[in-house]
Design a protein around this ligand. Sequence first.
Ligand SMILES: [Zn+2]
Ligand SMILES: [Zn+2]
Length: 254
Amino acid sequence: MRWRTMLKDPRVKRIIKMLKELIYPEGFPCVGCWSEGRLYQRNLCAKCTKTLERNVRVCPVCGRSNYTGLCEDCRKGRQFSKAIAPYKYKGSAKGMVISLKYRDATHAADIMAQDIAAIWDDDIRVDVMTGVPSSQEAFIKRGYNQSYEIATRLSEIINVPFRELIGLKRSGKSQHFLTKEQRRQQYIDSFSCIGDVKNKRVLLVDDVLTTGATADACARVLIQSGALDVYVAVFASVPYNTAKYQKIAKKNSK
Ligand SMILES: [Zn+2]
Ligand SMILES: [Zn+2]
């Protein structure tokens, strides 16, 4: 009984936490499912290391899985040349994105950057890289931009300078009475190029690619400002044309 009371003591709790950190120096809890315990590669628990799924049979443009050949969305035309993503947005890859976005786990971005770098094709020549800007709402809530967290780390690994190239124009209109879909559209419409991209090949980094609409909108303002080409690199992409994709695409457009 006394032992139990002791365990509840905040000082004892702090010591236990420090000991755990010594045993698992990579950081804990698991960035995939947020459980505590032994971590393996990528700061993931044993269960989560098994639920990472590589993208296979990808569309040659948007890089999403489950499609042989050009997908319908890319057939309609894209503003970017090519997008790459190491993992499918499911299982622990989804968990990692959620940890980075909603649980302040900025250290998850280290692994994400390494995983993108591992599939980065050095033959693709880019002069500069940037990230997708956060909406003002999201930035205030989080205090950081998850795309920049990944991009700045990737920048050091693949040796391409990072710059903030896309900003958000103020619309002047109140967002108060807008639906979620209208807000999202207003966010996408507010992108503007804020850096010198003339005659440059730009790499755009984000956490997830769903339909590719955000990446397209970013690429459009870069191309309009004189960029030669835009490539996209994300950590995970939603497999194309699965029931889940339809659901997520619908939700994102709401
Ligand atoms: Zn886990
Ligand atoms: Zn595609």
